[in-house]
Design a protein around this ligand. Structure first.
Ligand SMILES: Cc1cc2nc3c(=O)[nH]c(=O)nc-3n(C[C@H](O)[C@H](O)[C@H](O)COP(=O)(O)O)c2cc1C
Length: 265
């Protein structure tokens, strides 16, 4: 029998890609998206509905591509306001037992050491239920928010490549059997391996022992909302899949659809 996999696409804000849905009389009725009960209720509902995971998209700053301004974006709640997605992880995993959480975190502004440590911590706290949607940020407004000019696409993707490589090496700096915890000898852990050879300067090992990882979403070769035939064409081009850690976790590709259900009775 074939199995279907379901991933809910959300954003930590008023609305994600279904712009204007907040106006619907049944949207988030009685709930405040910025408070934990909304996410606890949603997480429990998704788990009961046998969803595999909840995916949290992110946009670091309101788009300003329309009339060189973010006025319309904010006025009509076009993915704005958007709160930080990773903060929801303990709330969602705290009320569920098997629902995964895919968090979008950009490689553009955080140091990879911070990213690797952060994700490893969430992974431990969730019992291995998080995934990282690796994005490099694609909006000038996001770079402006950090006081930077947006680099060209190839530079952004070169950074993603090196960044992910370094994160994987930081996670690999802890062997699965590194924790000895021998009370007799007082040895807690055997020394982690060294991370070297990256152009991004970083520590030689991570301060958190790291479990399994995989990447959600797409990086190189992807386009937002591609038609199915181009999705299939692009799949072999995802260079991120050449990484042993990601390859060994097995890869699936999903098409995204935004569904607006109506009343059934
Ligand atoms: C399913 C899916 C989800 C995505 N989610 C995000 C997101 O939450 N935040 C973000 O900055 N980019 C997101 N992206 C955009 C990609 O990272 C990428 O920048 C975009 O597809 C444009 O392609 P390009 O960067 O190759 O030009 C998403 C793309 C896809 C296909």
């Amino acid at each position: 029998m074939k199995k279907a996999h379901f991933l809910a696409f959300m954003q930590h804000g008023v609305s994600s890609h279904s712009v204007g849905m907040w106006r619907h009389p049944l949207d988030k009725i009685g709930y405040d998206y910025a408070a934990p009960p909304y996410w606890e209720h949603l997480a429990r509902t998704l788990e009961r509905g046998l969803f595999d995971a909840l995916f949290l998209a992110d946009e670091l700053a309101p788009y300003n591509s329309f009339e060189d301004s973010s006025n319309a974006t904010v006025r009509y709640a076009v993915q704005a306001p958007t709160h930080e997605p990773a903060a929801l992880t303990p709330i969602i995993t705290g009320v569920t037992t098997h629902l995964g959480v895919g968090i979008t975190l950009s490689t553009a502004f955080e140091h990879p050491y911070r990213m690797a440590r952060w994700l490893a911590t969430f992974d431990h706290l969730s019992g291995g239920r998080i995934a990282w949607n690796i994005v490099g940020s694609y909006s000038p407004s996001e770079f402006a928010a950090y006081g930077q000019d947006m680099p060209d696409r190839s530079t952004r993707y070169e950074r993603i490549e090196e960044y992910v490589e370094l994160c994987c090496r930081l996670w690999d700096s802890w062997q699965p059997d590194a924790i000895v915890a021998d009370r007799e000898t007082g040895i807690y852990a055997t020394r982690a391996g060294n991370v070297s050879g990256s152009e991004i300067r970083s520590a030689s090992e991570l301060s958190v022992n790291a479990p399994r990882y995989f990447a959600a979403g797409c990086v190189d070769g992807s386009r937002s909302a591609p038609p199915p035939d181009s999705l299939c064409r692009n799949v072999p081009d995802l260079s991120v899949l050449s990484r042993p850690r990601l390859r060994s976790s097995g890869n699936r590709f999903s098409a995204m659809s935004l569904n607006v259900p109506g009343r059934t009775a």
